[in-house]
Ligand binder design. Sequence first.
Ligand SMILES: Nc1ncnc2c1ncn2[C@@H]1O[C@H](COP(=O)(O)OP(=O)(O)OP(=O)(O)O)[C@@H](O)[C@H]1O
Length: 312
Amino acid sequence: MITVEHVTKRYGDTLAVDDLTFTVRPGIVTGFLGPNGAGKSTTMRMMLGLDAPTSGTVTVNGRAYRDLPAPLHEIGAMLEARAVHTGRSAYHHLLAMAQTHGIGRSRVEEVIELVGLQAVARRRAGGFSLGMGQRLGIAAALLGDPATVILDEPANGLDPEGILWIRTLLTGLAAEGRTVFLSSHLMSEIALTAEHLVVVGRGRLIADTTVAEIVAQASQDAAVHVRTPDAARLRAALTREGVTVAAPEPDVLEVHGMASERIGELAARDGLVLHELTPRQASLEDAFMRLTGDAVEYHAGALRPGELEDAA
Ligand SMILES: Nc1ncnc2c1ncn2[C@@H]1O[C@H](COP(=O)(O)OP(=O)(O)OP(=O)(O)O)[C@@H](O)[C@H]1O
């Protein structure tokens, strides 16, 4: 469990984190989402005791990072995947870390296998591809078999196979009861892995909610696409029902505020022909843009599950 309570962080005139409060629970993957410069890395650095809050508190399992008796066993992190001594092999990089923390060789072998680096473990880490570097960073984070794992943009630069691998690994770690917290600036990337989402913009909390809630909200706002040779009559019938109808093309209507079933029933009642009746899925990216765009500018307060409607 990670607890962030009324945390503010200033760098000179820059307000990087602004009165942020949320908790990251064990047993699920929590995504930390926000556009570039939203304050994600700064918040993660404070969780790891690499930076001190200007005000507020950050605790891991009830203690500040500096008060953890065996930090590597409690919390493992990957902040910069490429921060590896270039001359060393992956194996020796991990071994050096292990030895300074009283961790045995067998655990080093274990994490190398866990991240699938067996074939290249004796090669110079400096020559690693981005994907291999990410795997090595994750191996280092897992070395102490930590109860809490924090990863900053772990899928950054990975190919689809690498992204699938990370997703499987992280959901597996959460299923073992660990606290898994990862950041991304891409909703599509994080929505596939995370169950819960903490969304920030300009250092402030925008939403603390589930991915399911955001998906439901996105579908609720979606338009229904209708193609009909009776567009004018259907449009009049729909307008009488009080819904918003746009006509982007002569035979096409985009209907907001009425389910496709009801539109079909109305058309049948009036004897109107339909050639197409398709509920459009608003993309998750759209939902995220709306949250981080509108909510930051027009809504000072944070949103909780069920309150997303108010932000749209
Ligand atoms: N050491 C620092 N000194 C001065 N300003 C900083 C420092 N670290 C971060 N900032 C500023 O704080 C703000 C938040 O930065 P942060 O890196 O935490 O955002 P982020 O959400 O992680 O962004 P990104 O997705 O680009 O990594 C930015 O305006 C950044 O320029």
